[in-house]
Design a protein around this ligand. Structure first.
Ligand SMILES: [Fe+2]
Ligand SMILES: [Fe+2]
Length: 272
């Protein structure tokens, strides 16, 4: 699938994307990447975000993980990601599909545990095999001067937060051993752009479950849009943009009503 309307002849596509990314970097061409994260089974929101990305045009989409759980349409998301052939990072909720005990080390909230178990029960062997291809981290050259490092929570853990108010010394520990012009992770469901000792830290927010404020283990309040980010570089210039896309709430409600996910009641309350 091509995401740029113009200059499509140099647009990286699918499985060849990493080598094409390198070729663009060596040639000093502009590289524009869309970062999507924390889709959480929300097909309506993912379709809205992909339409926005197509309208803007990018060279590459990268998914930062937490793709299937909690929302009504886990398999639809996995189908769409496989069709996109975009690199995917392993989120904690993706690993919850592969390791059934792991969720209990993360939360004891029954509604979340039940929703994760519900999702796992619905995934096929092929869908689980697809999740096993997700990587912990990925480093991408943006141009001859700039690199992008992507992960889910922090470079060292898919369960760790990088927040706007994380103390700098704690950030040093969470980012230790890694260097890049731009570092991007999801997981908190909060959009963020922060400069830390010269590095731009980006959180694209959440496609499917954007939070109004830091949840800190409690029940979140959802925002009424879908979120993503773009990173663009050319000749040492770097631009990061945070995007918010309107979502059809009637379609969201209909999708949730049609499923028997344990989160159904809580989601319908949020979408009322
Ligand atoms: Fe998430
Ligand atoms: Fe996460």
């Amino acid at each position: 699938m091509v995401y740029r309307h113009e200059s499509a002849d140099r647009t990286p596509r699918g499985a060849e994307s990493r080598s094409n990314v390198s070729m663009a970097a060596e040639g000093g061409l502009a590289m524009r990447i869309a970062l999507i994260s924390d889709i959480h089974g929300n097909e309506v929101a993912l379709r809205a975000v992909l339409a926005s990305i197509r309208a803007t045009g990018v060279d590459q989409v990268i998914c930062l993980g937490d793709v299937a759980t909690l929302g009504p349409r886990p398999s639809a998301i996995l189908d769409m990601l496989q069709e996109l052939k975009c690199p995917c990072i392993l989120g904690n909720h993706d690993e919850f599909m592969l390791d059934p005990e792991l969720i209990r080390t993360y939360t004891e909230a029954p509604i979340v545990v039940d929703a994760v178990d519900w999702c796992r029960d619905r995934l096929s062997r092929d869908e689980l095999a697809f999740l096993r291809t997700f990587q912990a981290r990925l480093e991408i050259p943006l141009d001859a001067h700039s690199t992008l490092l992507v992960f889910h929570g922090s470079p060292r853990s898919h369960m760790e937060d990088l927040l706007a108010n994380t103390p700098p010394e704690e950030l040093d520990r969470r980012l230790a051993g890694h260097a890049a012009t731009v570092m991007a992770g999801g997981h908190t469901h909060l959009q963020m752009l922060r400069q830390h000792r010269g590095t731009l830290l980006v959180n694209p927010g959440s496609v499917g479950l954007p939070f109004k404020e830091y949840a800190n283990g409690g029940p979140p309040t959802l925002l009424h849009h879908a979120e993503y980010a773009t990173v663009e570089a050319q000749g040492g210039a770097v631009n990061v943009s945070l995007h918010r896309v309107p979502v059809d709430r009637d379609a969201l409600r209909a999708a949730v009503k049609a499923c028997d996910n344990p989160m159904r009641g809580a989601l319908l309350q949020q979408y009322a």
